[in-house]
Design a protein around this ligand. Structure first.
Ligand code: 1YM
Length: 659
């Protein structure tokens, strides 16, 4: 029983018996300890991973309990603090976790909630708690993975506190005095023997908490950082997910002024939908079930899409039938060009499917969402003819463009058949034909491409040099994109085709399980990187979702001292290495700042950036689709002003890259 510390005696309650929860030590407790021990032994099974993702997951788990209390209608405010020690405090103003002895379990309810593994909804009425996927493993996992946790409850005029170490109560909970406050506060210090990453990221927490505030209209959520530089954010959106749309589209040109926003509860399923069309061409549809982002959609999304298609088709028949040639069929995809939408449902027993459990499976939800959305949409289009007209025109134009793209694609196919198809001439392919071990380097410029070709291990590393800047896909439609040579070459080499439709993108044909973008560490390089990321995000999203896209990290410095050569990948490492060998000004020390890949000879490039034994690769993830989408649009879109502002605000990063 590893978890029972030597100084912990469960029989030996402290303090005054009247003020302390007394309890016996029963068989049930041993089970609890075994449960928590299992969490500590295999943390990844419970929270997904022990890296930064798992670390942040702990916060979401505790915040989820507070949000549940808000959903139940008892809590209006949640305050999250990153403490100076890199611990987390979450405080809500709900009813407070019950402090009495649990009627059936015979121990304090707080202790029960904090120590017993459950999938949610067992002890409380937390009916909207997500019971599958990564969420909802229960706050007891957070406790088990914390070197210290302290729970404070203000309830019925009294303050109650209980402290835990690695999930084990230090002592029974105690009442500390009277109070006029109400609510629950949980402080935890993540156990740094468990996590490989122990530092909380303010922006990561901030964007999830912002999202929660959008999804739970009226709830106030704050985030405060008490580490070096104190900063704080407050999120409160009376507009709910309509405000979410405005936030996401703040850099796009809207087609109509206000987002269209519906809320309706049918058959016990609360449904909230908001959407707005913009002048762009991309679809951004975000769906949530019980506040969890269903990245792979599911039945609620299918229901919404078919309602949208039916309602707009009906209206289009009305409006187009009379004046335009009506020989073009409008497809669902046409209806969603330039659409930003959020669909949020709350379900008592959600079932999640798919590899990552991010797809809603409940069959009944499709019909419920479709019927409600169709009715609301039809009425809206009827009552707002000017907006209906704009939407129908936009959808019609999308259909025309789709038809043009189809023809362009057909031509491209015919052309590649004429040329014998096959692989692009610029590609220096590897000899292995086993995609699982193959890597494709996309290299900026012909000169670095040449070094990479010489330095690579040709058995499994392929090189594709890219010339200059690729097309900015955010501004172009599919027909133009297909005609772009750099893009066509990349798509041919990768092998899956491109596009969002199933018939044009086939993941199974992927020829390399690692696709590595290698650009210079200067402003141009980061611009090309962003263009490529935009392209992959829009037209080969699956590669990012499946984690096969990477960024190479070339060193920024070479430090030479005598015969020794060392490389540094950032400023801190450079300073450390220099300090180790006695400083930059010492005789015989030579410091070189690499401005581009071209300054390295093939051997150096191979050792530092390409050899799997030494290189550092950064995996590109869709963790924060919303944020990525926004930055892409802003950096790449039509509007110049926000881009200028962003670059100005991030000028310190740029100057670091381009000294
Ligand atoms: C900072 C984290 O956990 N708040 C919270 C949790 C609970 C309640 C209120 C609550 C729920 C219920 C009744 C109920 C929980 N209680 C339980 C259990 N904030 C945070 N706020 N009274 C209070 O669901 O019936 C589990 S969570 F099991 F004790 F009821």
């Amino acid at each position: 029983m590893v978890l029972v510390g030597a100084d912990f005696n469960p029989h030996n309650g402290r303090a005054d018996m009247e003020e302390t929860q007394t309890r016996g030590y029963e068989a049930g407790d041993i089970k609890v300890l075994e449960g928590l021990e299992a969490v500590r032994k295999r943390p990844a099974m419970y929270i997904g991973s022990t890296d930064g993702r798992g670390l942040h997951h702990l916060v979401y788990e505790v915040v989820d309990n507070a949000v549940d209390e808000a959903l139940a209608g008892f809590c209006t405010r949640i305050d999250v603090t990153i403490t100076a020690s890199n611990g987390i405090r979450v405080t809500d103003n709900g009813r407070g976790i019950p402090t009495d002895i649990h009627p059936t379990e015979g121990i304090g309810t707080v202790e029960l909630v904090m120590t017993k593994l459950h999938a949610g909804g067992k002890f409380s009425n937390d009916s909207y708690k997500v019971s599958a996927g990564l969420h909802g493993v229960g706050v007891s996992c957070v406790n088990a993975l914390s070197s210290k946790q302290e729970v404070t409850v203000w309830r019925d005029g009294r303050e109650f506190i209980q402290t835990f170490k690695q999930g084990v109560p230090v002592a029974p909970g105690e009442f500390k005095g009277t109070t006029d406050k109400q609510g629950t506060s949980v402080f935890f210090q993540p156990d740094d023997t468990i996590f490989t990453d122990t530092v909380y990221n303010f922006d990561t927490l901030s964007s999830r908490l912002r999202e929660l505030a959008f999804l739970n209209k009226g709830l106030t959520i704050t985030l405060r950082d008490e580490r070096e530089e104190v900063r704080s954010h407050e999120f409160h959106f009376p507009g709910g997910i309509a405000a979410f749309i405005e936030y996401m589209d703040s850099h796009k040109k809207p087609l109509h002024d206000k987002p269209i926003h519906f809320e309706k509860e049918t058959q016990g399923v609360p449904l909230e939908i908001a959407f707005r069309y913009n002048e762009g061409y991309n679809e951004s549809l975000f769906s949530f079930v019980n506040n969890v982002n269903t990245v792979d959609g599911g039945t609620h999304v299918v229901g919404f899409k078919s309602a949208l298609t039916r309602a707009i088709n009906q209206k289009a028949k009305d409006l187009l039938g009379k004046n335009k040639k009506n020989d073009l069929e409008l497809t669902g995809e046409d209806m969603r060009e330039g659409l930003t939408a959020v669909v949020s449902v709350k379900l008592r027993e959600p079932q999640f499917e798919g590899q990552t459990k991010h797809k809603l499976g409940n069959g009944e939800v499709k019909g419920i969402v479709e019927a409600a959305a169709f009715e609301l949409l039809s009425t809206f289009l009827e009552e707002n003819p000017a907006i209906a007209r704009k939407i129908v025109d936009k959808v019609y134009n999308a259909a025309v463009a789709r038809e043009a793209a189809r023809k362009a694609r057909q031509m491209a196919r015919r052309k590649s058949a004429l040329e014998g198809g096959g692989l692009p001439g610029k590609l220096a392919d590897c000899s292995s034909r086993n995609p699982a071990e193959c890597e494709l380097y996309l290299v900026e410029g012909d000169s670095a491409g040449g070094s990479a070709k010489q330095g690579r291990d040709r058995a499994f590393q392929a090189i594709l040099p890219l010339k200059g800047k690729i097309l900015n896909v955010e501004k172009a439609r599919m027909d133009k994109i297909l005609a772009n040579e750099e893009i066509a070459t990349m798509a041919q080499a990768i092998g899956c085709g491109l596009g969002e439709e199933e018939d044009s993108f086939n993941y199974d044909k992927l020829r390399y399980h690692k696709i590595i973008i290698m650009t210079d560490a200067d402003v141009d390089g980061s611009h090309i990187q962003t263009l490529l990321l935009t392209f992959f995000c829009r037209y080969m999203k699956k590669l990012i979702e499946n984690g096969v896209l990477y960024l190479a990290q070339p060193p920024l410095y070479k430090i030479k001292y005598g015969k020794e050569e060392r490389y540094a990948f950032d400023e801190r490492e450079k300073d450390r290495v220099l300090a180790e060998i006695g400083g930059e000004n010492r005789k015989g020390v030579y410091l070189q700042r690499y401005k581009g890949l071209g300054e390295m000879n093939p051997e150096q490039l191979a050792t530092t950036t390409m050899n799997p034994a030494n290189r550092i690769l950064k995996r590109v993830s869709m963790e924060d689709v919303v944020e990525a989408d926004q930055i892409f649009t802003m950096l790449m879109g039509e509007e110049v002003e926000p881009r200028r502002k962003f670059i100005e605000e991030n000028a310190h990063l740029v100057s670091e890259l381009d000294v």
